[in-house]
Design a protein. Structure first.
Length: 625
């Protein structure tokens, strides 16, 4: 049988890719080395968190992805974070029951029409005339396909590292895919090595919780999915402890056993997730690094030690725990370790996530040089959409960086590349006031509907949110507190001479949304995401208006196409670095070309002129010839 789409790997990228392709109508085959580890949480058992991870999940959900719904059905606790820093960076973080998360995602895979799940280790791509035609398994079985998506995670020629010990593996206790890398190289793809690491897990019964500080739980009105939290239930807390001066001395005295210090590991790991030995090296005067003890599920006693990532020998890991309050008698169930793996060198795929050297081959997740479940899932849904659209002869779906963090993520990878595992941060987006957690549905919901990825239930929720949004706007605009109202005296606020509409009171430093909801309890009848969205839109209206022109310009430039066979060397006046970078990136949109970092301002002006635009000193002066 010839499939429309074959997805290699059933991690977070592979699951979203397979579901998106199947929902698009493509006959999709999902291949995994083990159906028991679908959507496994190899490292931290959590979704979302600081930076832009929860933004990615909300955007995924608006497009029809599964991650948001699955974590809402499987969380152990869920909390809002960064609220004091403003709406642009307000985020969600959910502690996951990792086994339930896997079970919920596996059920979606198994029950999805057009999606076929099979066990198998892919060792080779079938490529003819620079076009992928299928895959070959270790068993010798061949599967033909019109498109293939690689979502191999850390399994591509993976090596487990712990102290001086090194052996083949994609995850502790699981084999690596050792032959596929050779096939990729033979077909013109360039590979590099990255690494990541994970901390030890300890037995809950061996922990002294009296020496730990529990993290306070908080009620959350709405989860990651626009469908809301499916099953509100009792939450389980996390706990906090700290390293001590004794911890730091022990690590410093034994740095020769650290793979990153000894030179055993020379590949780059995630910059924003350093190991404890890296922290000791980089911050020699700091002794109290925070350690979070996080439950991994209802049916396990394992606790994940966030902040204590290390690949030092297991005996040293045990010694380190003895120096930390609450962990002096902790028993390690799984030691920490590092894993090195193959991934694609930068700039070998288009923003559609299709390979440049091999037609109809797509990739998503850690093979593209990223780090994190959410980043992988975001790429997965785009790869799945575009693989299916290639099958049906439709143009690719390319999210703009002006519309979404998914667009920022993919544009950065396809345009700038990365020299270390890429993690999505709010600071990487130019328009982060526009790309908030609360407005992902308004930004991407129409795209999800047009792509055919939203089922009837989601479309109904989307329609309800739209109706309530209009109604809330109308209420806040029409309702007014007059100057004779006792509201002003009760709240001890100086009365303005003309009274104020409720939308204006939102901006009042002594009032805000909480006070208005006390005065008008009917406001609480609106859905939580509707209230949050409307309040923020009104509060940020001035900032959003000032940003609107820049957003519109980015979108307009991203709509101007560049022919795939464009010869940039034929454009007179381009600098040599600029010409070389354009030839390497091979941008398909003018906006992408202008964002290439090697181009100088003269290069950008020439490109604008070449595609019928005049470059003024200010972007508002640019015009079409």
């Amino acid at each position: 049988m010839t499939y429309d789409v074959i997805v290699v790997g059933a991690g977070h990228a592979g699951c979203e890719a397979a579901l998106a392709a199947a929902r698009s109508g493509a006959q999709t085959l999902l291949l995994t080395m083990s159906p028991d580890t679908i959507a496994a949480m190899s490292c931290n058992p959590a979704i979302g968190g600081p930076a832009a991870k929860s933004h990615l999940v909300r955007e995924l959900d608006a497009l029809g992805g599964a991650m948001g719904q699955v974590i809402d059905q499987s969380y152990l606790n869920i909390r809002r974070i960064n609220e004091s820093r403003g709406p642009a960076v307000t985020a969600l973080r959910a502690q996951a029951d990792k086994k339930r998360y896997q079970a919920e995602m596996t059920l979606r895979i198994e029950r999805q029409p057009n999606l076929y799940l099979k066990q198998g280790l892919v060792t080779e791509l079938i490529v003819e005339q620079r076009t992928v035609r299928g895959v070959v398994l270790k068993s010798g079985r061949r599967y033909q396909a019109k498109t293939v998506i690689l979502a191999t995670g850390t399994f591509l020629n993976g090596q487990i590292v712990m102290g001086e010990i090194r052996y083949s593996g994609g995850r502790q206790g699981e084999p690596a895919a050792t032959e596929l890398s050779g096939s990729l190289i033979e077909n013109g793809l360039r590979l590099r090595r990255f690494q990541t690491a994970t901390p030890p897990r300890v037995d809950r019964s061996s922990v002294d919780f009296g020496a730990l500080t529990p993290q306070p739980l908080q009620p959350v009105e709405w989860g990651f999915s626009w469908d809301g939290i499916a099953e509100p239930r009792p939450q389980q807390p996390c706990w906090v402890t700290n390293t001590t001066p004794e911890t730091i001395r022990l690590i410093r005295d034994n740095l020769r056993y650290s793979p990153i210090y000894s030179g055993s590991v020379t590949t780059k790991g995630p910059h924003f997730c350093p190991s404890i030995d890296r922290k000791v090296i980089n911050f020699p005067d700091k002794t109290d690094h925070q350690i979070f003890l996080e439950p991994e599920g209802v049916f396990t006693e394992e606790l994940y030690l966030l902040g204590l990532t290390t690949a030092m020998p297991e005996t040293l890991q045990e010694a380190i725990l003895k120096t930390i309050p609450g962990l002096a008698r902790a028993e390690i169930i799984r030691p920490g370790y590092a894993v090195e793996y193959d991934c694609l060198e930068s700039l070998q795929f288009y923003p559609s996530l299709e390979s440049k050297p091999i037609r109809n081959l797509f990739s998503a997740g850690q093979i593209n040089g990223t780090s994190g479940y959410e980043e992988a899932a975001a790429q997965g849904i785009v790869a799945g959409i575009n693989a299916a659209r290639r099958v049906f002869g439709q143009p690719p779906f390319i999210p703009s960086r002006a519309d979404s963090y998914i667009g920022v993520l993919i544009d950065d990878l396809a345009t700038q590349g990365t020299d270390e595992p890429y993690r999505m941060m709010t600071s990487l987006a130019e328009f982060r006031i526009h790309l908030r957690l609360d407005n992902a549905l308004q930004r991407l919901g129409d795209s999800g509907r047009e792509l055919g990825l939203l089922g009837p239930e989601r479309l109904a929720v989307m329609a309800r949110i739209a109706r309530e949004t209009d109604a809330l706007y109308a209420f806040l605009v029409q309702q007014k507190i007059g100057m004779r109202s006792d509201f002003w005296t009760r709240r001890r606020i100086q009365c303005p001479s003309h009274g104020l509409r409720l939308q204006d009171l939102l901006l009042h430093p002594q009032i805000g949304a909480a006070v208005l909801e006390q005065e008008y309890p009917q406001l609480r009848d609106f859905l939580p995401p509707v209230r949050e969205y409307v309040y923020h839109q009104l509060k940020l209206a001035g900032y959003l208006q000032r940003q609107a022109d820049a957003v519109a310009e980015t979108q307009a430039l991203d709509r101007i196409e560049i022919p795939p066979d464009c010869d940039f060397s034929a454009i007179p006046g381009l600098s040599t670095p600029g010409r070389q970078a354009l030839a390497l990136v091979r941008p398909l949109r003018l906006g992408q070309a202008l964002r290439i970092k090697e181009l100088n301002e003269a290069d950008r002006a020439l490109l604008l002129l070449r595609w019928g635009l005049v470059a003024g000193k200010d972007r508002h002066e640019r015009k079409i010839i």
